[in-house]
Design a protein around this ligand. Structure first.
Ligand code: PLP
Length: 472
């Protein structure tokens, strides 16, 4: 592709993306293809001869677009809704063209130092003290793995040289994300190394149960290593009482990692401060700008008060990576990966493009829409809410009078309701289980989601419930 062709295709592609971001009508939010359709539509082998960019884009339209689930769709209410905001999309284009690889300061002074700047801005916006240093990874799962590896290093200083005997214990609530299990298993403590602590009526960890579990484990000869407290759990967005948990961690000498992968940005709102009480006492905090902070996948920030311990766990400097740059930070020392791309650029561009005021406005609007939806659920005798709504997610289910007391019937109805509503292509919701029963989840979080989209979701839910009950 010569420079003039690049310019031509580049302009066409930006037009394609601009049309995609504002498409009307919108494509179905949930892909409607059968498993295997994409593989079947593409050749088994790469072409021997070069193909034109037009031909390649034609296959994007023909084969890939119908198989996209549109995470950037305003009707996306599943899991945690996210946003690839236009400034973030442009930043990705620029970062890719610049092709920075910031393993060492000298291999990209710009990417290395911008990462410190952008994570420093984020830390300040979240109200965390300057003792927290930031590093960018791809996902919260990886951020948490690094935090737990640092916790293991702190609890078992010989681990890096000699390995360990596998009796470490990590504590989190019953509602914590599965990334804790994956991390603990990978660190060699086995899944038995995770102790899930019971939650209260609001799905928050019970600190007295935590203290009891730690005492029990010590008595049994295990090594308590870390507690993962969550602010904004995956299903209900409940928050653990971090201040009380921090107190226990301090007393017991345990690493406290706070998982605020989704809810972290809400710390920018003074009215939500209570949920974050005590998180400044943590050893590490993870939040994902790729969830609720307008940044395209993938960008997770680990803010850590003990980055020296992270470096102690991970730094290995072979001769071929030694430099004479002096007292600089080499990002390869803060994690498992050597090569790393220029992710900081999109966070920096997003924070500048929206400004703190623009971000706060979006967060507040998403929470307002979720509360409105919760009010509609509460006001309808045929539905019930299954959890409080502290942020922008509502857990609820249909519970018509005709099925009251029929637990299996209610689960079946809600599973079918979810399929019916998602089949409309207008919205996409997901489900989980809470205290054994199927819950539907509506998660507001896309930058283009407006009242009309949330209202349409409610309309479809009530319409399809009526139809299902009529056909029963
Ligand atoms: N922590 C929480 C609370 C989550 O809800 C999620 C995902 O939704 C994760 C961690 C994992 O996020 P990631 O996909 O960035 O690994």
């Amino acid at each position: 592709m010569d420079p003039s062709e690049f310019r031509r295709h580049g302009h066409a592609l930006v037009d394609w993306v601009a049309d995609y971001l504002s498409a009307s009508p919108r494509p179905p939010v949930l892909a409607r293809v059968a498993p295997g359709a994409v593989e079947a539509a593409l050749p088994d082998a790469a072409p021997e001869e070069p193909e034109s960019f037009e031909a390649i884009m034609a296959d994007v339209d023909r084969v890939l677009v119908p198989a996209l689930t549109h995470w950037n769709h305003p009707g996306f209410f599943a899991y945690f809704a996210t946003s690839a905001s236009p400034p973030g999309v442009l930043a990705e284009l620029l970062a890719t063209a610049l092709n920075q690889q910031a393993m060492l300061w000298r291999t990209s002074p710009a990417a290395t130092e911008l990462e410190a700047v952008a994570t420093g801005w984020l830390r300040r916006l979240l109200g965390l003290p300057a003792t927290f240093e930031g590093v960018i990874y791809d996902t919260a799962s990886v951020s948490t793995l690094h935090a737990l590896a640092a916790a293991r290093q702190a609890a078992m200083p010989g681990v890096r040289t000699h390995g360990h005997s596998g009796t470490g214990r990590v504590y989190c609530s019953e509602q914590a994300h599965s990334s804790v299990d994956k991390g603990v298993a990978l660190l060699g403590f086995g899944l038995e190394g995770v102790r899930r602590i019971a939650v209260d009526a609001a799905f928050a960890m019970q600190p007295d149960r935590l203290a009891a579990a730690i005492a029990e484990d010590r008595a049994a000869g295990h090594v308590p290593v870390a507690v993962v407290a969550t602010i904004g759990t995956t299903v209900t967005t409940s928050s653990d009482p971090v201040a009380a948990i921090a107190d226990i961690c301090r007393r017991e000498g345990l690493w406290l990692h706070v998982d605020a992968a989704y809810a972290g940005p809400a710390a920018m709102l003074p009215e939500r401060a209570a949920a974050f009480d005590g998180w400044d006492l943590a050893d590490s905090v993870v939040t994902n700008p790729h969830k609720w902070l307008l940044t395209p996948f993938d960008l997770s920030v680990l803010l850590c008060r003990r980055m020296d311990v992270v470096r102690e766990a991970f730094s290995v400097v072979p001769d071929y990576l030694r430099t004479t740059d002096g007292d600089v930070k080499n990002l390869m020392d803060t994690g498992i990966q050597l090569g790393r791309r220029f992710r900081a650029l999109k966070l920096w561009m997003v924070l500048r493009s929206y400004g703190a005021a623009g971000i706060r406005e979006m967060l507040r609007e998403h929470m307002r829409l979720a509360r409105l939806f919760a009010d509609w659920v509460d006001a309808d005798a045929g539905f019930e809410r299954l959890a409080p709504v502290p942020f922008s997610v509502v857990c609820f289910r249909a519970c018509p009078a005709s099925l009251q007391g029929d637990a299996e019937g209610l689960d079946r109805l809600n599973e079918r309701l979810l399929d019916r509503v998602n089949a409309t292509g207008e919205v996409f919701l997901s489900s989980s289980r809470l205290r054994g029963v199927v819950t539907l989840r509506l998660a507001v979080g896309n930058f283009q989601t407006r009242l009309e989209h949330v209202a349409r979701a409610w309309e479809l839910l009530t319409r399809e419930t009526t139809r299902l009950l009529a056909s029963a």
